[in-house]
Design a protein around this ligand. Structure first.
Ligand SMILES: Cc1cc2nc3c(=O)[nH]c(=O)nc-3n(C[C@H](O)[C@H](O)[C@H](O)COP(=O)(O)OP(=O)(O)OC[C@H]3O[C@@H](n4cnc5c(N)ncnc54)[C@H](O)[C@@H]3O)c2cc1C
Length: 385
């Protein structure tokens, strides 16, 4: 078996698969991806797959726009990927949140997003299903959408594999050494793979991976939970809803069910030892919150819940670029709760940077070397106002 490559990617989540896909356009057989379990087995496969333009900063919105365009084009030209563009309604329920919401809407409009601010009574024009008694303000973007995140990973991986990228699943990288000539050796239980450049896309495990190279990253994986209901919506359609004040999001799923989530924790979790089952408190509170916001859900039962990890950085920005202390080591980590929605654009950006092309994206704020030392920090969610 070939064991020497120019580029190795550690991690087969949505980021690793997107990087593999974009690199494969020019470099196909020069690339290997090592995944400890199987494609999308980490955070990506557990995600809700929401793609929203209603974010708090321009750079991320531009990345979402690019990603949505890419998925739209792929879904028109290729089988196996579907973009559901049903819109997202954002709600706030306090007076203090109205101004930040309006500010965001103005910013989003100024860069061409079809987003509008709504008074509570206008929500009924979007959907009469949502209870608005306590709502103080709302915003709606008809272009917000969702994908099946597993489908997206497989779509990237299949195309990359067809262009020659080697995917080694069930291949956990257990050790990384550098030879005298600078080439990396990645040790798994079965093989040793050599490569000149290593790209770390290991999601919540990234901190553990860089410890093998004896440096720390300012990353904190944190737990977030979701659950799915029995069918109860019938033919009634609603857009996705994000109730910011009550930490609740709802996303319509096939067959008249709803995926409801949040339950985000503010403490660090160990990706190899966290509670994968949802907490009883979460399951109780999410159905109560859903009932208050979507009265029709009184006929619904939660059938399955789960939790997964998002990865926070001190300033809510990811770390993307070559690590200054380790030549040939590239980081693409720390995507918080917004990894799926930016993945197609991030993969292209990483591929441009690695191939020495100028990227058109604004990347200064993602500099992976911007934190001089790793200090403790508070976990702040990404998908908020
Ligand atoms: C419940 C939930 C809902 C979410 N909803 C959304 C949403 O609606 N929209 C959105 O944009 N984002 C959402 N997110 C966030 C999103 O899932 C993440 O930002 C994204 O999946 C990160 O992708 P990744 O490829 O960096 O990490 P991962 O998907 O975790 O991939 C990392 C991979 O690396 C592998 N790995 C780790 N260590 C090693 C090793 N030593 N050797 C080999 N392989 C290794 C892991 O097995 C894993 O497959 C949600 C997350 C959760 C948990």
């Amino acid at each position: 078996m070939k064991n020497k490559y120019s580029f190795s990617i550690i991690g087969g989540g949505v980021i690793g698969c997107s990087v593999a896909y974009h690199l494969s356009k020019e470099l196909g057989e020069e690339v290997v991806l090592l995944e400890k379990d199987f494609i999308a087995s980490g955070s990506s496969g557990l995600s809700a797959g929401i793609l929203s333009h209603q974010l708090w900063n321009e750079i991320d919105i531009e990345l979402v726009k690019k990603s949505v365009e890419w998925i739209k084009k792929e879904s028109e030209e290729e089988e196996g990927i579907v973009l559901n563009q049903d819109g997202l309604l954002k709600l706030v329920c306090t007076e203090e949140e109205i101004e930040p919401l309006k500010r965001n809407v103005n910013m989003q409009q100024s860069i061409g997003c079809d987003v509008r601010f709504l008074e509570p009574n206008d929500v009924e024009d979007i959907t009469p299903e949502i209870a608005i008694k306590d709502v103080t303000g709302a915003a709606y973007c008809p272009d917000d959408s969702y994908v099946d995140p597993y489908q997206l990973c497989v779509h990237f991986a299949k195309a990359a594999e067809e262009r020659g990228v080697r995917f080694l699943q069930r291949s956990e990288v257990k050790g990384i050494e550098r030879k005298e000539d600078g080439v990396f050796q990645l040790r798994t239980a079965r093989d040793t793979v050599e490569s000149e450049t290593v790209i770390i896309c290991a999601g919540p495990w990234s901190k553990k991976v860089t410890k093998m190279l004896e440096f720390e990253l300012p990353l904190k994986p944190y737990r977030t939970q979701a659950a799915i209901t029995t069918p109860f919506m019938g033919e009634v359609k609603i857009p996705m809803v994000h109730d910011v004040s009550n930490s609740l999001y709802m996303k319509p799923e096939t067959g008249g069910t709803i995926l409801a989530g949040d339950g985000t924790e503010s403490t660090e979790s160990d990706p190899d030892n966290f509670k994968e089952k949802p907490g009883f408190d979460f399951m109780t509170s999410i159905s109560e919150k859903m009932l208050r916001r979507l009265p029709r859900s009184e006929n619904a039962r939660l059938v399955r819940g789960w939790s997964g990890l998002c990865t926070a950085t001190p300033d809510r920005r990811p770390l993307i670029g070559f690590h200054s202390g380790t030549e040939g080591l590239f980081l693409a980590v720390g995507f918080n709760a917004l990894g799926v929605m930016r993945a197609p654009a991030i993969g292209e950006m990483v591929s441009d940077l690695i191939c020495g092309r100028r990227t058109q994206d604004d990347i200064a704020e993602f500099d992976p070397n911007r934190f001089e030392k790793v200090e403790d920090f508070e976990i702040t969610q990404g998908f908020t106002l």
